[in-house]
Design a protein around this ligand. Structure first.
Ligand code: NAG
Length: 471
């Protein structure tokens, strides 16, 4: 694929930006219902409770589908596709404010193979997720008895839905009807729906999921506090050392002011002034250096904007909107990358600015996509729902070529013209100062390992090691 100049490129970019906008125009997304209007129960994913990253399609387990076949509209956004959301119609007949008495909706013909699938799921504490009007619902697939010989499936979904006016504000699921899994039997799946008036305001309907007791979020307050104090302590220590050195240097400089010119010129430079002749020397790899600086500036801008947007708009209330927003903001802030990367490259006297622009623009997308596509192969191998659809891959590539690249070009041109001239406060020495011999622990290989150990350690401690540890 090649960026096309002119109208087709612009049209493609505009279409992609529209695709990225998190809100799709469909009835379900307005969240208002008339009496007896169809309410869709979407089945999302199923996966082990102790590894929430591992998800499969709900119907990858041999569950059966309700009799209702008419599938209503469903539009998947880019963020949802990337996060492995796979909504499938449950086939359950639910109408707004219309109670359903306990009723069988389908039957599972349990042969040996299906039983094994369920037993595997129950052994691994599988749970499934559903959505009703964008409200998530979770349920457990089944249960084993104490000695782990008999396995039971929850067959009865008791839905209690709270409404306020013409909107759905609360959903509770109770799993009942424990049925023992015996090969070559039929298992009837049933459901009931009860509508209740609720006082919860529509705007507050997601608050119950934020309640710490709902998920038992294990927030390690102590460890967060610990790290925070450590950072403050280290910053304080380093700045104290720097201040002392600087003050000592200043004291010597001012003493020198009193000497005559002869004496001063003879003495060599010392203290922090030693760096002035080399600090603005072009780096040995200006191309990759300026691309990294530009990407860093862009990541900083993206994080800041996404955090602010997430605080202002409740992004968690809509599936995948956080990721969609992040991608949108990343594409939109490409000029930042071009500006800082391009201007730094120009100041360092780089000549191959087009190459720099390409590298700067694709450094982060290539790394992220490379990692994601690699994980994707594993996901496809295990048929996990995280596998990214082909269309989504194409969409991501199109965003890179038709949105990020042109915007980056704009930023690069601006950067080169506005601040591309080297205008340093001091001259660069013709001969580089010799750098003293490094100690063994200053070698790049050691520094890379040491730098990685701290973040790796803190992540490693947070991740539960044993799959059976109860949260
Ligand atoms: C759901 O359960 C919660 C807590 O038990 C309760 O306060 C709420 O009223 C229930 N909602 C509905 C619609 O039954």
């Amino acid at each position: 694929m090649r960026p096309l100049p002119g109208a087709p490129g612009v049209a493609a970019a505009a279409a992609l930006l529209l695709l990225l906008l998190p809100r799709a125009q469909a009835d379900e997304h307005e969240h208002t219902y008339q009496d007896k209007e169809e309410v869709v129960l979407w089945m999302n994913t199923v996966g082990p409770y102790h590894n929430r990253q591992e998800t499969y399609k709900y119907f990858s387990l041999p569950f059966c589908v309700g009799s209702k076949k008419s599938i209503s509209h469903y539009h998947e956004t880019l963020g949802e596709a990337l996060q492995g959301v796979e909504l499938e119609f449950s086939g359950l007949d639910i109408k707004f404010k219309d109670d359903v008495m306990p009723a069988t909706y389908c039957e599972i013909d349990l042969d040996k193979e299906k039983r094994d699938a369920f037993v595997y799921a129950i052994k691994n504490h599988y749970w499934y997720q559903m959505y009703i009007d964008d409200l998530p619902i979770w349920g457990i697939v089944g249960e084993a008895d104490e000695n782990g010989e008999d396995y039971y499936l929850w067959t009865y979904k008791k839905l209690e839905i709270g409404f306020n006016g013409n909107r759905i504000v609360d959903v509770n699921l109770t799993s009942e009807g424990k049925v023992k899994l015996v090969p070559n039997t039929k298992i009837q799946m049933s459901y009931s729906v009860k509508w209740k008036k609720s006082d919860v305001k529509f705007e507050d309907r997601f608050d119950k999921y934020l309640d710490p007791s709902f998920f038992q979020h294990r927030i390690h307050w102590f460890s967060i506090f610990n790290s925070f104090m450590m950072v403050i302590f280290l910053v304080g220590l380093v700045s104290m050392i720097l201040m002392r050195t600087l003050r000592k240097d200043y004291a010597r400089y001012s003493k020198e002011e009193e000497m005559d010119d002869m004496d001063r010129d003879l003495g060599d430079e010392y203290g922090w002034k030693q760096v002035h002749g080399d600090v603005f020397r072009p780096s040995s790899h200006p191309l990759i250096f300026s691309s990294l600086i530009g990407s860093g500036c862009q990541i900083f801008a993206v994080s800041l904007i996404v955090i602010i947007v997430a605080m202002i708009e409740d992004l968690y209330t809509e599936r995948g909107s956080m990721l969609s927003t992040a991608i949108f903001v990343y594409a939109a802030t490409s000029p930042v990358n071009g500006y800082f990367g391009g201007s730094l490259y120009a100041r360092q006297g780089g000549r191959r600015w087009i190459k720099q622009m390409f590298i700067g623009a694709f450094l982060i997308p290539a790394m992220v996509c490379g990692t994601a596509f690699f994980i994707n192969f594993i996901a496809i191998y295990y048929h996990a729902s995280r596998a990214i659809p082909f269309g989504t891959m194409v969409a991501v590539c199109c965003i890179c070529f038709f949105v990020i690249l042109p915007l980056n070009l704009v930023g690069t041109i601006l950067g080169r013209n506005l601040s591309g001239q080297p205008n340093f406060p001091c001259r660069v020495n013709a001969v580089p100062r010799p750098i003293p011999e490094k100690k063994w622990f200053m070698e790049p290989a050691v520094i890379v390992c040491l730098g990685g150990i701290l973040p790796f350690g803190s992540i490693f401690i947070e991740i539960p090691l044993s799959p059976n540890r109860r949260s």
